[in-house]
Structure formats: C-alpha cells, structure tokens
Design a protein around this ligand. Structure first.
Ligand code: HEC
Ligand code: HEC
Length: 412
C-alpha cells in the first residue's frame, strides 16, 4: 500500500496544546539577507516544515513521523457501518495506540482519494476512527487511508515541555534558559552532533541521540531523561532530527543567497551603481528559475545523509573491547598521553587540565580553558573518547589507533 503515497507529499499535522505564540524563528544568517531574499526562505520553511502549531510532514525525509495504513471495515455483526464522521478501521498487524485530535488522515483510495482530513481521535479499543468534521457521504468499506504524524506531534509536545527552555523552539540552542549555561545547549540547526558513533563524515545515529537524552552529558547542564517511556523517547528523538533537518535546509538555502543578496552585499552593489530594482528583478528570476531545483537538491541531500547515519555499515565498531582499568594500563596510557605520537599534552597540558600551549591558555585555568580552548579531562565522566568531538580543534587519532588499536582508548 505504501507505493500509493508519493514521497513528495506534505501533510499538515494540526492542533496541539502549544502556546500560540511559540514560533520558529529565522536564523541570524537568514535575517542578514535583504528582506526580499528572506521572504522565499521563510515561505519554503513554512510550507515544508510548518509552524510549531501546524507541523508539516514532508514524507521525503527519513523521519518516523508516525504512519499507520488502514482501511474502512464493517464490524462482524454489521451493526456499525461506516458513517460520514466515524468508521471502524482495520490496520492489519500494526494496530496503533489511541491517536489524538488533529492527526491527519489521508485517503489513498475511494471517492476521497488524495484528500486529507483531521482526526477527532482514534479509539484503539473499539478500533473506531472519528473525524473532526463529517465527510459529505460515508466512505466505502475497503477504502484505504493512512494516518500520518502522531509520533512527530507527540515529539513536539514533549520537546516543548522538556527541552525547549534550553534548546529553543526552533532548536537553535537559544531557549530562555540558554544564556545562563556554559557550555550552551546544542544548536541542532547545524546538524552537527558531538557524541556520535558514526564514521567521521556522517550525521548522528538515532541511537547516539537517544543515549545523550537518556543519560545526559555529565559536567554540562544537559540533563538525563532516563524516566521517559520508550515511545516518548522515540518521539523526542524524531523531533530533534526534524528540527535539525529543518535548520539545515534553511542553512543550505541561505548559502545560495548570501554572497549576492545579503544586506551588506546589496549595499555595496547599489553603491557601485546597480539600481535596487535591477537587483530585485534578478532576484525574482533566481527564485523563479533556480530556486525550486535548489530546494529539491537540498532535500535529496538531506534525505540521503540522514538515512546514511542510521545504516549500521556507517558505524564505528571498535575492534577490541575496552581494556581493563589497571595500574599497568594507566601507566601505558600516561606514556601515550605524554608521547610525541599523540601530542595530547600539547593541548590538554601535562595534568589534563586543558589550556596548554597550542590552545593558548595557561595550564591550570581549566574553567577558562573549557570555555575557550581544550576541555579539562579531569572530570572523570568521559566514557568513550573513541570519537572526536566534531567541529572544533580536537583532532582524530585514526592512524595511531590503527597501529595500536587499544592505544588512545586506554587513556581515560
Ligand atoms: C537545562 C538545559 C537543557 C535541557 C532542559 C536539555 N538540554 Fe540538551 N543540551 C544542553 C546542553 C548545555 C548541551 C550541550 C553540552 C555540550 O556541549 O557538551 C546539550 C546537548 C544536547 C544534544 C547534543 C548531543 C551531541 O552529541 O552533540 C542533544 C541531542 C540534546 N541536548 C537533546 C536534548 C533533548 C531532546 C532535551 C529534552 C528532552 C534536552 N536536550 C534538554 C542543555 C539542555
Ligand atoms: C590540537 C589540540 C588538541 C590535541 C592535540 C588533543 N586535543 Fe583533545 N580536545 C581539544 C579541544 C579543543 C577539545 C574540546 C572540543 C570541544 O569542546 O568541542 C578537546 C576535547 C577532548 C576531550 C573531551 C571530549 C568532550 O566531549 O568533552 C577528550 C576526552 C580529549 N580531548 C582527549 C584527547 C586525547 C586523549 C588526545 C591525544 C590522543 C587529545 N585530546 C589531543 C584539543 C586537542
């Protein structure tokens, strides 16, 4: 039945208890564009990802929005026949739990084929689907439909309760609590995560994100959410992935526009003789001719990289199990740490307090070093140093590890 659903389909997931003023904000870089260049980006993001109140599920991305395919049935005693606003549903083996108001139901066959209607609810005990508004006439027995988005809807609700005040409505790491925290909450919009088990160029695996949310990041304000139910955890992770993809889409679109249409460049261009009208005409034809393809490429790319991140083949699997923590192994580790091969000491200092010569901070200032240079390694909570934090100056020690596979892993 899945083939009936086109991948480009956008489904609006309406209705939720969000504060009505919660909104996705444009990134600083987008806001640095000329107003006319910002507009299409804002429109694209709203059309393809929605608002915090009405999310959009773009089925092209490898996100588990929640998806339940079913068909209209009659009950055995033929007492309950399909009505315009209510009918019995058969979901085969994949019977969903109760579904909430606003989750969209899309007809895949029958007279309503292609139309989407919001649910009032789905009562799993009686297998009864109720719609918010009655159809013109009852659907026929056998009509097929898909209900999309309950996972994302749930993820949004939980995210707004547990994560938003630090990570922000848009996942920009700028929630109301963020200014007081050091290090700052992660900005998901870059699509870059630190504690990953995937190979160097890959995104975070969903299990990596889950491990972070479950156990938190000791030594930072990222708390542990060990008490979430399994389905709640899954929903939150999908929502984080959704915000990351949305943010990366925005970034890719700005990348295309910034060099010609930032406020600054526009100023320069008009100063050097081009008229604003001319430039805006050029911009308009860019949006007409090139922009749709740019969105398409960006979406294809994002769909690919995020699905690759969850492929088992792209995980780093240590060849040796972690060595036991003995006095002897610590001594070997100390030697490696201080050796010229690994050069750890050049940044982290001889006692691991951070801020040695290469990071330009005196040994001992480990708070400042943590903020601006290398991490202090003395917090004792670093579980798996096998993977390099992304996006800073912390180097990979690949070659070294290959020659002595249990080398640097032994350091901590
Ligand atoms: C009290 C503030 C706070 C709350 C609440 C919070 N976080 Fe975080 N989170 C942080 C901070 C701070 C970091 C960055 C830590 C660092 O840089 O090492 C972070 C980092 C992360 C990361 C990045 C991990 C990586 O590998 O890069 C993820 C994912 C994340 N948080 C998800 C969540 C989710 C999901 C929730 C809600 C269930 C949540 N956080 C709630 C503060 C918070
Ligand atoms: C060129 C400088 C440099 C060298 C050499 C270096 N590091 Fe780092 N290291 C850093 C920086 C910078 C960070 C902080 C990265 C961040 O905050 O994102 C860091 C962070 C770390 C962390 C903390 C990770 C975390 O997420 O908190 C560990 C553990 C670590 N380094 C171990 C090592 C080991 C072991 C070596 C030698 C094999 C080494 N480093 C060599 C610069 C360096």
């Amino acid at each position: 039945m899945s083939q009936l659903i086109p991948a480009v389909m956008l489904v609006v997931i309406a209705g939720c208890g969000n504060p009505p003023d919660a909104e996705f904000v444009l990134s600083e870089r987008t806001r640095g564009l000329d107003r006319e260049a910002q507009k299409p980006i804002a429109i694209t993001l709203e059309e393809d990802f929605g608002t915090p109140q009405d999310l959009v599920a773009w089925l092209r991305f490898p996100l588990n929005y929640g998806r339940h395919e079913g068909s209209v049935i009659k009950d055995e005693e033929e007492k309950i026949i399909p009505k315009a606003h209510q009918f019995l549903a058969d979901f085969g083996d994949a019977q969903p739990a109760d579904l909430k108001s606003g989750t969209p139901l899309m007809w895949l066959s029958g007279i309503y084929k292609g139309q989407t209607v919001p649910l009032r609810n789905y009562d799993s005990e009686n297998r009864l689907v109720s719609l918010q508004q009655g159809l013109e006439t009852a659907p026929a027995v056998g009509d097929q439909f898909v209900i999309v988005g309950d996972v994302l809807q749930n993820g949004r609700k939980l995210y707004m309760t547990h994560c938003m005040h630090c990570h922000g409505v848009s996942g920009d790491g700028a929630g109301p609590t963020a200014p007081f925290l050091n290090p700052r909450p992660r900005d998901y919009r870059l699509g870059l995560f630190k504690f990953t088990s995937t190979k160097a160029t890959f995104k975070a695996h969903s299990d990596d994100l889950e491990r972070i949310v479950k156990y938190g990041i000791p030594g930072t304000y990222m708390p542990s959410f060990l008490l979430l139910e399994k389905d709640e955890m899954e929903a939150i992770i999908e929502y984080v992935r959704f915000l990351a993809i949305r943010g990366e889409m925005e970034k890719k679109l700005v990348d295309e526009l910034e060099s010609d249409y930032s406020k600054e460049v526009m100023k320069k261009r008009t100063k050097s003789g081009e008229s604003r009208e001319e430039i805006l005409e050029e911009l308009a034809s860019f949006f007409e001719e090139d922009y749709p393809d740019i969105i398409d490429y960006a979406a294809t790319d994002l769909a690919e990289v995020w699905s690759a991140a969850n492929e088992e083949g792209n995980l780093i699997l240590p060849k040796l199990p972690r060595v036991a923590d003995t006095a002897e192994s610590r001594e070997r580790g100390r030697k490696l740490y201080l050796s010229n091969d690994t050069k750890c000491v050049t940044c982290h200092g001889p006692t691991g307090r951070g801020g040695a010569a290469e990071t330009g901070r005196p040994v001992g200032c480990h708070r400042a070093a943590r903020r601006q240079g290398s991490h202090s390694l003395r917090r004792g909570e670093l579980e798996d140093p096998g993977h390099s934090p992304r996006g800073r100056h912390m180097p990979h020690v690949r070659g070294r590890r290959r020659r002595d596979p249990d080398g640097p892993r032994r350091l901590i």
